[in-house]
Design a protein around this ligand. Structure first.
Ligand code: ZN
Length: 335
C-alpha cells in the first residue's frame, strides 16, 4: 500500500539511526550476543527479534522498533503450498495474536501419517476423538477463555479496519500487558481490547480516530477513550502526539481526492508545523483543514461538510483551523 509506505517514510531517519546503533553495539559485544538497544517509546531494553517477520519488537510496549531486519528464515525455497508443507521442519511462527501464542499442539487435519500414507479407518476414529479433545483442552481455564475472546475481538476489529499484521501484534501485546497488570478488572474486555487497538494504531503511526475504532467496536467511543487514558497511564505508554500528516492519505482517499491534493495538504502541514501552528490542536481537525485548503488550491474542491464527515470533526473546527492556516501561511483562498 503506497500510503502506508509514505507514512512510514517519516520515521526513516530515526530508524536508520537506530539500525546504525544496533550495528555498532553488535560489533562491541560480539555477534553472538543480543544487541543492547532501548525502545524509543518506553526505554525498555527487552527487545525481541522476530525473524519471521523481519521485525525488532519491544517486549514491554509492543512497539515495532525496526522492520527491515535480515531475513533469517528457512534456507530452502518453496514455490507452492505442497512444497512448503513438505520442506518445513517446524510449525507456524509464534504470535501474540493467539491466546497460547500458537505454541500448543495442533493435530493435523489430514488423515495421513508422517510418511504421507493414508491412515486406517479404525485409527481414523481415534484421531478424530483426539482432535476433538485437543481443541477442547487448548483453551483450558477462564483466564485463557477471556484472553482468547479478547484476541479474537482484536482480530475482528483489525480486519474491519484493514489494519496490518504488525498493528495486530502490537495491539495483542498491549492487551496482554494490561491483563498482566490486572487492569481488566472492573472493565469490559471489549473496551480494553478496543483501546489496546487504538494505542497500537498510534504506536505504529497509522492512527485511527476514536470514532473509527468505536464504529467497529461493541462499546461506545466514550468508554474507549476513558479506558485508553487509563491503560496508557498505567502501562506508561508514552505515545507521541499524533501528527496530522498521518491522517492525510486516509482522509484524502476517503474523499476520493487525487495524489496532487494529498501532497499539497502534506506541504501545508509541514509549513504549519514549522510555524508551530499544529501543536496543541486536535490533529484530525488540522489535517481536515489542510485538506480543505489544498482541495480548493488544486481545483478539486470539497465542501467543509464533506471533509468534516470523513475526518470525524465538526464544520466549525474546520472553519476555525482553515482560517488560521490560511492567514498565518499567507494562502489566498478564493471561495
Ligand atoms: Zn517499548
Amino acid at each position: 500500500m503506497p500510503e502506508l509506505e509514505k507514512e512510514r517514510e517519516v520515521e526513516r531517519p530515526q530508524r536508520s539511526k537506530l539500525r546504525e546503533k544496533i550495528r555498532q553495539d553488535k560489533e562491541k559485544v560480539g555477534s553472538f550476543e543480543k544487541p543492547k538497544v532501548e525502545c524509543p517509546e518506553c526505554g525498555s531494553r527487552s527487545l525481541v527479534q522476530d525473524y519471521e517477520r523481519a521485525e525488532l519488537v519491544c517486549n514491554e510496549c509492543g512497539l515495532v522498533v525496526d522492520s527491515e531486519f535480515i531475513d533469517q528464515g528457512p534456507e530452502w525455497r518453496a514455490f507452492d503450498h505442497d512444497q512448503r508443507m513438505k520442506r518445513s521442519r517446524v510449525g507456524a511462527p509464534m504470535t501474540y495474536t493467539i491466546h497460547d501464542k500458537g505454541l500448543s499442539t495442533m493435530i493435523d487435519w489430514r488423515n495421513r501419517d508422517s510418511y504421507g500414507k493414508s491412515i486406517s479407518s479404525k485409527s481414523r476414529a481415534q484421531l478424530y476423538r483426539l482432535r476433538k479433545w485437543q481443541r477442547r483442552i487448548r483453551v483450558s481455564n477462564a483466564t485463557e477463555r477471556n484472553l482468547a475472546f479478547a484476541l479474537s475481538e482484536l482480530d475482528r476489529m483489525a480486519s474491519a479496519l484493514g489494519l496490518s499484521r504488525n498493528v495486530r501484534e502490537t495491539a495483542a501485546v498491549v492487551y496482554r500487558k494490561a491483563v498482566d497488570m490486572n487492569l481488566i478488572r472492573g472493565r469490559s474486555i471489549e473496551g480494553v481490547a478496543a483501546s489496546a487497538l487504538y494505542a497500537a494504531c498510534r504506536q505504529c503511526s497509522v492512527p485511527r480516530t476514536l470514532d473509527e475504532i468505536a464504529e467497529v467496536s461493541r462499546v461506545s467511543r466514550k468508554e474507549i477513550g476513558r479506558t485508553y487514558r487509563f491503560i496508557s497511564r498505567e502501562l506508561g505508554l508514552k505515545l507521541m502526539p499524533t501528527s496530522p500528516i498521518d491522517y492525510i492519505p486516509r482522509f484524502c482517499s476517503g474523499l476520493n481526492l487525487k495524489g496532487e491534493v494529498q501532497s499539497k495538504g502534506v506541504e501545508i502541514l509541514r509549513q504549519a508545523a514549522e510555524k508551530e501552528l499544529t501543536s496543541g490542536r486536535g490533529p484530525t481537525g488540522v489535517a481536515a483543514a489542510a485538506i480543505y485548503i489544498s482541495s480548493i488550491l488544486c481545483g478539486d474542491r470539497r465542501t467543509q461538510r464533506e471533509v468534516a464527515e470523513v475526518a470525524g470533526v465538526t464544520e466549525v473546527t474546520i472553519r476555525n483551523r482553515y482560517k488560521e492556516l490560511a492567514e498565518q501561511l499567507d494562502i489566498e483562498i478564493i471561495l
